[in-house]
Design a protein around this ligand. Sequence first.
Ligand code: IMP
Length: 196
Amino acid sequence: MQELVIATTNEGKLKEFKELMKDMDVELTSLKEWADVPAPEETGKTFAANARQKALYYAKMTGKICIADDSGLEVQTLKGEPGVRSARYAGEEADAEANNKLLLQTMKFHMKRTCRFRCALAVASPAGKVLAETEGICEGMLLHDKLGEEGFGYDPLFWSTELHKGLGEATMEEKNQVSHRAKAIKKLCDMWEKIK
Ligand code: IMP
């Protein structure tokens, strides 16, 4: 069985990867087991560039094949903002509450509210090779106010046009049917035999 490191300290994300990759002959660990490795700066202009950078860095630091993701929300009217700045839209130390508040304020007078979550995944080897890259998109509309208590980040502001409900109201199982991360992970599973 091949050991893979998922470049996250988020237990929820690790659980999602484990669930979606359960039929594959791999053992997944997270950065919790590499706590002494410092996090790299995220300097990329795209999700794909950041995912690649993270995967290459952690593969080198751990000596294991590593899968990294980078994701965020893109609002069409705002030319893709918050984009790669999703986690720090309202400032370096901003939390989800502050980011959501600023986004609602910025979008107050906008009628066109199409938006999407995008997730880029990259797999890299300790030898410094990018073995695979995939992307997943979750389509939706930005709500005018918070809806529901589920999920995290921008979920309470996101109406899923695939689920016909807010992600803040969706169960984890429902979100996993349409989420950008789940789609990117599924694409990776489909190509795994060719890259491992
Ligand atoms: P990361 O790639 O997991 O670090 O995500 C960056 C930021 O994008 C998060 O802090 C959230 O603000 C936002 N984000 C990414 N995925 C989701 C999601 O599934 N729901 C809500 N917000 C998300």
